[in-house]
Design a binder for this molecule. Structure first.
Ligand SMILES: NC(=O)c1ccc[n+]([C@@H]2O[C@H](COP(=O)([O-])OP(=O)(O)OC[C@H]3O[C@@H](n4cnc5c(N)ncnc54)[C@H](O)[C@@H]3O)[C@@H](O)[C@H]2O)c1
Length: 416
């Protein structure tokens, strides 16, 4: 099963060294904790997209004393050169390669669990749910876990609601310094990057349909508009739909958008957002991409059934020819287009997400065993701490409330 190619290690290290120059908060945390090693000897089982930014988190945790085993969190998102560099240069146990089958993907998660963890670190909840379903004997030794993405939080909250979550999870995704930056600016930029690398189309002038106007959808819509697209939003949540209208976007049901869209991107965390009934209405040449965690937002099965011929026209871009001659292009097999067809989120934004991961691990090592087995928000002070370091590393200063101002905003007295 060993698929790490040591020949790629040097190339991967060059990319990690580059990421290091753009991730000052993680550098700061590494320097602060490398001497005191607060997690010395603690074993972390991680299931994350294997990118240069993740490598920086692994390096920081390892410098703080952790022993890490890492698997990829999507069969198509692993960057093989980074996996090789992590193994060869940093002594991290890595199981993952690009282009895995579902079976190989889960067997890599099982290999990670071969080193019984004190902490789990997940992106999408596959590792945590796998432990709860199949490796319950490991639970006793686990102090807690972290979760990186919206879909993972959704799944683990469902597990907790069913009374089956057995250890505390810190919802890293829901930190303000994560959700409002990584999902918005990170996904916004990298999804457009992925679409452009897979197609090289001109975005300007397209009817660009974004399904879901949450954090990711808002970022994607913003960046598509910046490139000159006419953006159409589809939603199921009336409040978020209203936000899209007031942000100046066109809002309509997918069935209507299907007829006019040139490019479609799903970012909902839901399933069957684009199915056969939409595909049957689409224009010749329509392009479909997904940014949500799982490859269930665009029904790839429906496209396979409707297509009479299919052919890869560029890397990560497959043309499906329908019976009536129309052509629909599917990017990245309907998996996260920004990680499959581009490099994933930029390091500057992952700096904050992974600083949250790092500090959450320290919190769990100290307090996890005393925390309730539920999904916990990150402490407010952690968000503010990360934002302050990020700002100062960017050379930005802000005002502070005076004592008088503090008292004023906490007072119920009228000042008329
Ligand atoms: N590609 C990436 O790198 C990346 C990064 C972060 C998050 N994600 C994933 O993206 C997805 C969205 O995350 P988010 O943080 O934006 O979530 P969010 O909860 O902020 O937003 C999701 C939005 O989708 C809407 N929605 C749900 N079902 C819908 C449907 N059937 N049709 C139209 N709209 C629908 C919801 O009403 C909501 O407004 C999740 O799966 C998350 O895990 C991907």
């Amino acid at each position: 099963m060993e698929r790490i190619d040591p020949g790629l290690a040097r190339e991967g290290k060059v990319k990690i060294d580059f990421a290091e120059t753009r991730m000052p908060v993680l550098r700061y945390l590494t320097d602060r904790y490398k001497l005191i090693k607060p997690i010395q000897g603690k074993r972390i089982a991680a299931c994350l997209h294997i990118t240069k930014e993740t490598a920086m988190l692994m390096k920081a945790l390892s410098a703080a004393g952790a022993e890490i085993s890492l698997s990829g969190s999507n069969p198509l998102s692993t960057q093989d050169d980074i996996a090789a560099a992590l193994t060869n240069f940093y002594g991290i146990g890595v199981w993952g390669w690009r282009g895995q089958t579902a079976e190989e993907y889960f067997s890599c998660i099982e290999s990670v669990l071969g080193n019984p963890p004190h902490i789990t670190m997940d992106d999408g909840a596959d590792l945590t749910v796998h432990i709860h379903n199949k490796y319950t004997d490991l639970i006793e030794g686990i102090s807690g876990g972290t979760e990186e993405t919206t879909t993972g939080i959704q799944r683990l909250t469902a597990l907790a609601d069913a009374g089956k979550l057995t250890y505390p999870i810190i919802a890293v995704n829901n930190a303000e310094t994560k959700w409002d930056f990584d999902n918005v600016y990170g996904t916004g930029q990298s999804v457009l990057d992925g679409i452009m690398r897979a197609t090289n189309i001109l975005i300007a002038g397209t009817n660009f349909v974004v399904a879901g106007y949450g954090h990711c959808g808002r970022g994607i819509a913003m960046r598509a508009r910046g490139l000159g697209a006419h953006v159409i939003v589809t939603e199921v949540n009336p409040v978020n739909a209203l936000k899209a209208v007031l942000d100046g976007f066109d809002v309509m049901p997918m069935l209507k958008a299907a007829k006019i869209g040139d490019v479609f991107v799903t970012a909902t965390g839901c399933k069957d957002v684009i199915t056969a009934k939409h595909m049957k209405r689409m224009k010749d040449g329509a392009i479909l991409a997904n940014a949500g965690h799982f490859n269930v937002e665009v029904s790839v099965g429906d496209l396979e059934r409707l297509g009479v011929r299919k052919r890869e026209v560029r890397p990560n871009n497959v043309k499906y020819e329908l019976e009536d001659g129309r052509r629909i292009f599917l990017l990245g097999e309907g998996r996260l287009v920004n990680l499959v067809a581009a490099d994933g989120h930029p390091p500057e934004v992952m700096d904050m997400s992974f600083a949250n991961q790092f500090l959450s691990v320290l919190h769990l090592i100290k307090r996890g065993k005393r925390m309730e087995p539920k999904v916990h928000p990150i402490p407010r002070e952690q968000d503010e701490f990360i934002a302050r370091i990020k700002l100062s590393m960017m050379g930005k200063r802000i005002d502070r409330l005076s004592g008088e101002q503090e008292r004023y905003i906490r007072s119920y007295e009228s000042t008329i």
